[in-house]
Design a protein around this ligand. Structure first.
Ligand SMILES: Nc1ncnc2c1ncn2[C@@H]1O[C@H](COP(=O)(O)OP(=O)(O)OP(=O)(O)O)[C@@H](O)[C@H]1O
Length: 252
């Protein structure tokens, strides 16, 4: 991994009316890393992600995004119910390229295969898929334009622990195989532990810590202490990582 920032947010201020969400916030994302962004509910994680990708214009500050192409998985990034899964995945190609429909659908099938969905799943409508399969299809759609950077908003939300672990591993495998930089917003401590190179903590309108999980967890901040050393956090920090594929716990 290089330490070249692929994304720099500098002195960012965001406000809605009189409510200040971010103030003089600074964040750098290194090329090739998986960065987990955590913070309390309403801290402004999603707004920060939208700011980074240009969907929210900050009141002040600068954004330097060096990625050539980005892919985004939104928190409620539902697929269109009236289109098949493969059509949903191909949609960005229909909209943004001059590829033929047949070629776009062929590329979409390849992306579906990459995330573990076969042609049968591709021919279904979203309502006919499980939650985990929908996440995979949405990930395939985020990957369809060959991004070098992915933004994922709560990728494992709503998944059972085994499906969530499998989805974590998929993100990890794809990011390493494709050389992707990943920024993911999550509340899922397992995800932080299993796949994130660094953790950024958003609190009090700023990034108050950014480091490895072990170092961030030692930070002397009240929210960090309660998040990482509360009952759920302790279980992750203090215990060995489960073996993700099987869902079993390993002592290794
Ligand atoms: N378009 C908007 N207009 C007004 N207020 C907004 C808008 N978008 C977000 N907010 C407010 O900004 C704050 C931060 O919202 P955001 O969704 O970024 O939080 P979050 O950290 O992602 O929360 P959660 O973990 O619960 O998803 C909230 O108080 C929210 O109500």
């Amino acid at each position: 991994m290089t330490t070249q920032p692929i994304l720099t947010l500098d002195n960012i201020t965001n406000r809605f009316g009189s409510s200040v969400i971010h103030e003089n916030l600074h964040l750098e994302v290194n090329s090739g890393e998986i960065l987990g962004l955590v913070g309390g509910s309403g801290a402004g994680k999603s707004v920060l992600l939208r700011t980074a990708i240009g969907l929210n214009k900050p009141a002040a500050g600068s954004i330097n995004l060096a990625a050539k192409q980005i892919g985004v998985l939104f928190q409620h990034g539902a697929l269109f119910s009236s289109m098949t899964v493969v059509e949903n995945v191909a949609l960005p190609l229909f909209e943004h390229t001059s590829l033929s429909r047949a070629r776009a659908l062929q590329l979409a099938s390849l992306k579906l295969a990459l995330v573990g969905l076969d042609k049968v799943a591709g021919a279904r409508y979203p309502a006919e898929l499980s939650g985990g399969m929908i996440k995979r299809a949405a990930l395939a759609r985020a990957l369809i334009r060959e991004p070098d950077m992915l933004f994922l908003d709560e990728p494992t939300a709503g998944l059972d622990p085994i499906s969530a672990a499998a989805f974590d591993q998929l993100i990890l495998t794809l990011s390493k195989a494709l050389g992707l930089t990943v920024v993911l917003v999550t509340h899922d401590l397992d995800t932080l532990h299993a796949i994130c190179d660094r953790i950024a903590v958003l609190s009090n309108k700023r990034i108050i810590a950014i480091d490895s999980l072990a170092n961030v967890a030692n930070h002397n901040d009240e929210w960090i202490q309660s998040y990482f050393h509360g009952p759920r956090g302790r279980a992750i920090i203090d215990k060995p990582l489960r073996v993700q594929h099987s869902g079993f716990t390993s002592e290794n």
